[in-house]
Design a protein around this ligand. Sequence first.
Ligand SMILES: [Zn+2]
Ligand SMILES: [Zn+2]
Length: 356
Amino acid sequence: MSDKEEIQGPDSLTKKAKDLNIEGYPIEGLSIGGHETCIIFPSLSVAFDIGRCPLRAVSQDFLLISHAHMDHIGGLPMYVATRGLYRMKPPTIIVPTLVKEDVEKLFEVHRKMDHSELKHNLIGLDIGEEFYLRKDLKVKAFKTYHVIPSQGYILYSVRKKLKQEYLGLPSNEIKNLKLSGVEITYTLEEPVIAFTGDTMADFIVDDSNIDALRARILVMEFYITGTDHGLPLIRNSHILLMWIKWIGDEEHIGSITLDFPIDCTKSEFLGVLEQIRHGTLNTHCTFVNDSITVEHARDYGHTHLSEIIKHAGMLQNQAILLIHFSARYREEEIQQAIAALPPSLAGRTFALTEGF
Ligand SMILES: [Zn+2]
Ligand SMILES: [Zn+2]
C-alpha cells in the first residue's frame, strides 16, 4: 500500500449504510482492497468473506470464505466468538479444503487462550463440490485465479417444479397422481449469486465457470478505476481504454481498443486529449492510472478494468456488483468510472462503495 493511500477515518465508520438492493436482494457489507471484504445477503443469511467482522455479519448463519488473505478471513474468530456471546446457533463456515486444517488449528489456539468453546460447523469445499445450506439453497465452489489458493462460490436456488406434462391438470388429479407414487415434479436449479473473492479475469474464460457468468448477480472484484489526469469523462458511442507508460521522457500509450494510435508520441497524445476536451473526438474515454497496468493488476492476482470490459460479452449476469476498490479512490471517482462503462455493462453494473 503506498503512503498516498489514506486509511479511512472514524467518519466513514459512522456513515449511514447505503441501501443497496439488486435484483430483489438487499446487499450489505463493505469491501476495500487490502483492508477488509465482507459481502452480506441478509435475506439468505449468507456472508461472503468476513473481513474484520462487521457487526451485521454476526447475524448471518452461513459464512463462505474465498481465501485466507487477512482482509478476507481476519475477522473469523471474532465472528464465531460474537455469535457465541449472543447465544446464536453455531454458524456453518465453508472454506477451501486446502486451508481447513489450518483454520481448525486457529480455533484451537483461540480456545486454548480464552477457554471458550467457539462452536461452529466447519466445512471444507473443493472446486466443483457442492453443499446444501438449506433444502432450497446450495453452494458450489468454483475456480478463481489469485496469488494464493482461492475459490469463488455460486449460490443456487433449488426448487421443485411441476413437470411440463402435468401443467394445467386439476389439482385433485395432480394430488391423486402424487399419491399413486408418480414423480410429478423435477428439480430446477438456478444460479442466483456468484461471488469471486479476489481473482484475475482468467476465471471468466474458464469454461467450467459458466454458471458464475450466468448467475443473476455476479459479485466480483475490480482492482482499478481511473479517472486520472483531471480529464473530464466524455460520453460517446465508443470506448477507448488506454494506459500510459513513461519511456524516457516521453509518454507512450498502449491502447487495447479502437480509435487510437497504439504508439503515439506525447505531443500526439496531448493533441488527442485536446480533441477530447473540446468534444471533437468521437470517443468514450476511461483512463486507467498510468502506474497500474493490466500486468501490474495480474502480478497481484487481481482483475483490471479493461479485462472486465474485454470480457463483458461473456458476462450474462443481470447484475454485476463490483467490489474491492483500492482505498486510494474517492467514491465520486468510482461512480464516475461506473457511469463511463460501455453499453455492454452500463445499467447492470453497481459498485459497493460503503466505507469510501
Ligand atoms: Zn483482498
Ligand atoms: Zn487476496
